[in-house]
Design a protein around this ligand. Structure first.
Ligand code: NAD
Ligand code: IPM
Ligand code: MN
Length: 362
């Protein structure tokens, strides 16, 4: 039997609560589809940092790199200065494992309440492909005259042709498996150097994909078009910061952060990919059982798909979607069931569907 070697980083706040549900779903799918996982826990995050003063050791990074995939919850804690865990852990792992693509599906599942009036699932099925290692997210920058009235903060954006080319090529390839549409989202009317580089690479790579229709939307205009005309979009390719922003917008369109999944993909096979909900550690609801586990379960589905377990991935997605469809609300006490109960329900649905299918075949 195939055994997949997974590193598990539950992290902070609701990170652990939702990751537990993702693991239940993976286990249920393993039983149904005939694979196993070896799960190694890494207790990283705020508590580890506060106890040791170290965010992550180099040898732990090396160890994580030897797993086939990383299942990640969320990092961030009010007791720790902003950026310490986010940069020191999340961004460090994305770079260390050359996870150049951040894949973030935006799909409205049937029966899920969306704040967009009259939006139907048929009109909302797109994927944001976010460059994941560069742009404004590179480390560096400095503050001159810090602490004075004349302070000047320098924050640079680095955009390299090789990385952008890989990301754009991935986005085109994905579009050919979908509806053959690709939209570049940038702000090339202002960020002329980076914008021109992105556009020229889209033009050049696009020549290899003649069946894909290409267009361009400025990032600010995207915030209008995405909610109002989601059917216009199939694959959106964009830089790191714009991708961060528009994927939270996408999350709202599809019902909230509790539904939005992501995969940080190493596309050259040189290191593991990492799967995490788009949401953070949500300190405002941590410990209450109010977090929706769907985003984590849908991220686990992306993980299984990347490992080649396509049927299992579809089963996780179907289970999450069917439980979502019966919730009176998508977050908090109003969900009518706890995080744990919803995770049990999703896992049970993966198992029950197998029984029903076997019964039908028998
Ligand atoms: P957040 O995503 O944690 O929470 C934003 C809002 O959405 C909160 O009101 C929260 O209760 C709600 N929410 C989030 N996930 C939910 C879920 N599964 N079910 C129901 N409601 C949910 O963003 P934030 O409050 O800006 O950040 C909190 C911390 O998380 C910060 O330290 C931030 O840096 C960090 N963060 C980490 C990640 C990550 O680990 N990938 C992502 C985003 C933010
Ligand atoms: C996300 C998060 C991260 C990001 C932070 C926490 C580093 O917001 O995964 O979207 O900005 O990429
Ligand atoms: Mn974000």
């Amino acid at each position: 039997m195939t055994v997949y070697d997974l590193a598990i980083l539950r992290g902070d706040g609701i990170g652990g609560e939702v990751t537990d549900q993702a693991l239940k779903a993976i286990d249920a799918a393993g039983n149904r589809f005939g694979f196993q996982t070896r799960q190694t826990d890494y207790a990283l995050g705020a508590n580890h940092y506060l106890a040791t003063g170290v965010v992550i050791d180099d040898d732990i990074i090396a160890e994580l790199g030897r797993h086939q995939a990383i299942v990640f919850g969320a990092m961030g804690d009010p007791r720790v200065a902003p950026g310490v865990l986010e940069r020191g852990l999340i961004l460090r792992l994305r770079s260390a494992f050359r996870q150049a693509v951040n894949l973030r599906p935006v799909r409205l599942y049937p029966g899920v309440p969306t704040p967009i009036r009259d939006l139907t699932p048929e009109r909302c099925d797109m994927v944001v492909i976010r460059e994941n290692m560069e742009g404004m997210y590179v480390s560096g920058g400095s503050t001159l005259y810090a602490g004075t009235k004349n302070a000047v903060a320098l924050q640079e954006s680095i955009n390299t042709a090789p990385t952008i080319t890989n990301v754009v090529d991935y986005a085109f390839r994905l579009a050919t498996h979908r509806r053959n549409r690709l939209t570049l989202c940038h702000k090339k009317n202002v960020l002329v150097h980076a914008g021109e580089l992105w556009q020229s690479i889209v033009d050049e790579v696009g020549a290899n994909y003649p069946d894909v229709t290409v267009d361009y939307v400025h990032a600010d205009a995207m915030c209008q078009h995405m909610p109002m005309n989601p059917e216009r979009f199939d694959v959106i390719v964009t830089d790191n910061l714009f991708g961060d922003i528009i994927s939270d917008l996408g999350a709202m369109i599809q019902g909230g952060l509790g539904v939005a999944a992501s995969g940080n993909l190493n596309i050259d096979g040189s290191a593991p990919s990492m799967f995490e909900p788009v949401h953070g550690s949500a300190p405002d609801i941590a410990g209450r059982g109010w977090a929706n586990p769907a985003a984590a379960v849908l991220s686990a589905a992306l993980c299984l798909a990347s490992l080649g377990e396509g049927q299992a991935a579809l089963a996780l997605e179907a289970a999450a979607a069917s439980v979502l469809a019966e919730l009176p609300a998508l977050a908090g006490a109003e969900m009518g069931a706890s995080t744990d109960e919803l995770g049990d329900r999703m896992a049970q649905r993966i198992t029950d569907t197998a029984l029903a299918t076997d019964g039908a075949q028998g």
